[in-house]
Design a protein around this ligand. Structure first.
Ligand SMILES: [Zn+2]
Length: 235
């Protein structure tokens, strides 16, 4: 970088022999056509700070007057109820010009902290992180569960299970009932197995007897014909 004269800052190796990049127009045209044929959507670079972006759950500030840890102005951390949208722009092509605002240069833009995250993992780490949560007015501490709140939650879950059972039409069975039914099923299966084994044994016995009879018959015929059978006994 010591040589002067050129405004291009390409490093020592290329200063004396500045090569202009040339684009393989044909190749890129072909690629663009393929993209069009595949039906890839081309999005205009639009500012990410649109209303839709601000409506995202991860950008919602803590509500006024929300309860928080003692001695803190911030609200208790709360779990998200919706899925974070990380995939809606997958398989889409976006044209980005050099003049595009950093919020629309691809990747994931945090509208609260005005920062660009380059991939979904970094974005998740960011929106779950202290800096972002603080900016929204949340503490990193969660509310301690009380016996009452746990009971309330369990009641809610039980009511939901009962509703589901009612909706499916079948009356809800008690655990004991279910256990006894399973036990009866198991005993019946066992009895079926035993019966099958008995039948198989009887059939095998019958076959063996039949074979014996045949052997005797063959021996009798062989004796009648004057030789001692096929046993291959040594003479
Ligand atoms: Zn943020």
């Amino acid at each position: 970088m010591s040589k002067g004269g050129g405004s291009d800052d390409l490093g020592d190796k290329q200063v004396s022999n500045v090569v202009r990049r040339s684009w393989d127009v044909e190749l890129y045209e072909k690629k663009a056509k393929e993209r069009l044929e595949r039906g890839d959507e081309v999005e205009e670079a639009r500012p990410a700070s649109s209303k839709a972006a601000l409506n995202k759950e991860e950008f919602q500030p803590a509500p006024d007057g929300a309860q928080g840890p003692a001695g803190s102005r911030r609200a208790y951390l709360k779990a998200r109820t919706e899925k974070v949208d990380l995939e809606s722009r997958l398989h889409k092509t976006q044209v980005i010009t050099s003049a595009a605002a950093s919020s629309s240069q691809g990747g994931y833009w945090c509208e609260v902290c005005k920062c660009l995250l380059k991939d979904s993992i970094a974005y998740l780490d960011h929106i779950n992180g202290k800096k972002h949560q603080r900016a929204l007015g949340f503490s990193m501490r969660v509310e301690r569960s009380s016996v009452g709140s746990v009971k309330e939650k369990l009641d809610k879950l039980r009511a939901r299970a009962e509703d589901a059972a009612k909706a499916s039409g079948a009356p809800r069975k008690s655990a004991v009932q279910e256990y006894e039914e399973r036990l009866a099923e198991y005993a019946a299966a066992e009895e079926r197995n035993r019966q099958e084994r008995r039948e198989a044994a009887a059939a095998a016995k019958e076959a063996a007897e039949h074979e014996e009879e045949q052997d005797e018959e063959a021996a009798a015929i062989a004796a009648m014909m004057g030789f001692g059978g096929f046993s291959g006994g040594k003479r």
